[in-house]
Ligand binder design. Structure first.
Ligand code: MSP
Length: 527
């Protein structure tokens, strides 16, 4: 059966250049999509921009543009970055598009009619950069508990969503659906920090500014930006529109990926909105940590910001995608440092992967004039052990990847690379050649090429160019040999020639020079 896979990223605030940390979610979502496609499944990915709210209104004013001009330019920039990062989304939604606005109005209306939304007055604190309401007690030293910035006192007529009504249902849902929240500890955070102390009703409209979707039945109100934004995951699929084919096909989402700062909105409010609409909930919401710098959050004022474009231009796209996925543990933040980046490049990509390819291609040329020997069918003991190891690594990779332990799953691939390098040292093909042990030498070359093919398939979802480069150098052309279909088999490579002269896929960097370069770039971005 051709399974389907629908993955979403949060929609981004269009407020300037995205630094390397913000690219994490989207690179992961794209890699997930590619993985499912390579398994022969139908996969669909959504991303976009979150364009309403007071913050955007202010930014546009500062830039002397209309808000719409401003957000359109920013959305264009976002699309350019995603293209540069090899992200193949299927849809990019802007929340100022009519297809979204109309449906948000219908949803708000529906909630009013159903009695989930009531009119009241909001009095309390608001953080504009986070677009979040806080009570006095939630503030930390009088500042926003999330970002530490100043908050504003607000008093205005507002509509409220009756969250309390759904609290028990939500808890029960968490309990009955262990895969709903990943990793598990995020669920406990929600329960202990927000639900158990008593869920507050959420203010879902504003009257003190204009830049938002107007409430149909009360047009001095605009819809609160989070209610507006969260629904993008279904409006983009055509929910409540004339053509809801995509909605029928893809909802509920298989995976929604969000950063830890917006976990509360996705794990509490979003499921409650869906329950109120009587819609199924996404199968899994994955909450990831942040990519930080050694001295904390990335910020222009600290002079520690690094942009993806800088890294891609100098080191190539695949090293950046690899680094992001490899450096983010499940239970804590990942750290970007120039030293760590250069080290991963030199060790993992150059020493381990690139050298394995290079050594193999040159040996096949040397011993068999480039022709890859065919599989003999009865592997000797050493080769059999290597085969079993490869299969078990593939299974471990799959298991961890599917449980969203991304960095750990990468480690399993690199274990296979290390084992295959060690296999060369153990079998000593140069000695086999000298002793004219042709059969063993043939089997050794076959296994090296076969493992490289497997490694290329495994890295293909997140390092497409590198995988294609490996396939080209080892002479694999058929698409079925480049995807999951024949991943585990050991007898499929036939009539194949490697290229005449191997090309290094990653060249060793001068570590000192590159660290210096990156530090200088970061300083030069200081504002
Ligand atoms: N617009 C909201 C999301 C609305 S979803 C209905 C938003 N946008 S954002 O642009 O601020 O953030 C987009 C994503 O980037 C979020 O998932 C956020 O957690 C993530 N990241 C921002 N900085 C990050 C790092 N330094 N590291 C990893 N992810 C980071 O929130």
């Amino acid at each position: 059966m051709n399974h389907k896979f629908y993955v979403t990223t949060p929609i981004y605030y269009p407020s300037g250049r995205f630094h390397i940390g913000t690219a994490y979610t989207t690179v992961l979502a794209d890699s997930m999509k590619q993985y499912h496609k390579l398994k022969g499944e139908d996969a669909y990915m959504l991303t976009g921009t979150d364009e309403h709210g007071q913050k955007i209104e202010k930014k546009a004013e500062e830039a002397e543009k209309t808000p719409k001009q401003y957000v359109d330019e920013m959305a264009k920039m976002a699309k350019q970055l995603w293209a540069r990062m090899g992200i193949e989304y299927d849809d990019f939604i802007q929340t100022t598009e009519e297809r979204h606005e109309k449906v948000v109005q219908k949803i708000f209306d529906y909630f009013m009619e159903q009695g989930d939304i009531y009119k009241g007055e909001y009095e309390g604190w608001y953080c504009i950069p986070c677009e979040t309401f806080f009570t006095e007690t939630q503030l930390v030293d009088g500042k926003c508990p999330d970002c530490g910035r100043d908050v504003e006192l607000m008093k205005e007529e507002s509509y409220f969503f009756n969250m309390k009504k759904y609290a028990d249902r939500l808890l029960q849902y968490y309990e009955e659906h262990p895969d709903f929240i990943k990793p598990e500890y995020r669920k406990n955070e929600m329960i202990n920090n927000f639900i158990k102390p008593g869920l507050e009703d959420l203010c879902v409209s504003r009257t003190s500014f204009d830049w938002g979707i107007k409430v149909l039945k009360d047009s001095k109100h605009v819809v609160y930006v989070w209610l507006d934004a969260l629904t993008n995951y279904i409006t983009a699929l055509g929910y409540l529109s004339e053509d809801d084919t995509l909605f029928k096909k893809y909802w509920p989402a298989d995976l929604q990926i969000v950063g830890k700062d917006i976990a509360r909105f996705h794990l509490i409010y979003w499921p409650i909105f869906l329950m109120a609409l009587d819609l199924p909930l996404p199968k899994t919401i994955l909450v990831h940590n942040w990519i930080m710098m050694k001295d904390g959050k990335m910020s222009k004022s600290k002079g520690n910001v690094i942009y993806p474009e800088t890294l891609i231009e100098r080191y190539g796209l695949d090293s950046v995608r690899y680094f992001l996925l490899r450096e983010m543990p499940v239970s804590q933040d990942g750290i970007f440092s120039p030293e760590a980046f250069v080290e991963r490049y030199n060790f993992d990509l150059c020493n381990d992967l690139s050298n394995l390819l290079n050594r193999t291609v040159s040996m096949v040329n040397k011993y068999f004039e480039g022709r890859v020997p065919e599989y003999k069918g009865t592997p000797n003991e050493v080769d059999k052990e290597l085969e079993e190891y490869a299969i078990s690594q593939i299974e471990k990779f799959d298991e961890k990847w599917n449980h969203y332990e991304i960095a750990n799953s990468m480690q399993e691939i690199w274990n296979l690379i290390a084992r295959t390098n060690k296999y060369i040292d153990e079998t000593m093909p140069w000695a086999l050649a000298k002793e004219e042990q042709t059969e063993k030498l043939e089997s050794c070359m076959y296994h090296l090429i076969e493992n490289l093919r497997k490694i290329a398939i495994l890295i293909r979802p997140f390092m497409k160019d590198t995988a294609d480069n490996i396939f080209r150098q080892i002479g694999i052309e058929e698409e079925d040999m480049k995807n999951w279909k024949n991943l585990k088999s050991y007898n499929k490579i036939q009539d194949t020639k490697v290229i005449e002269k191997g090309e290094p896929i990653f060249m060793r960097l001068n570590a000192e020079e590159e660290v210096e370069f990156l530090k200088n770039v970061m300083k030069s971005e200081k504002q």
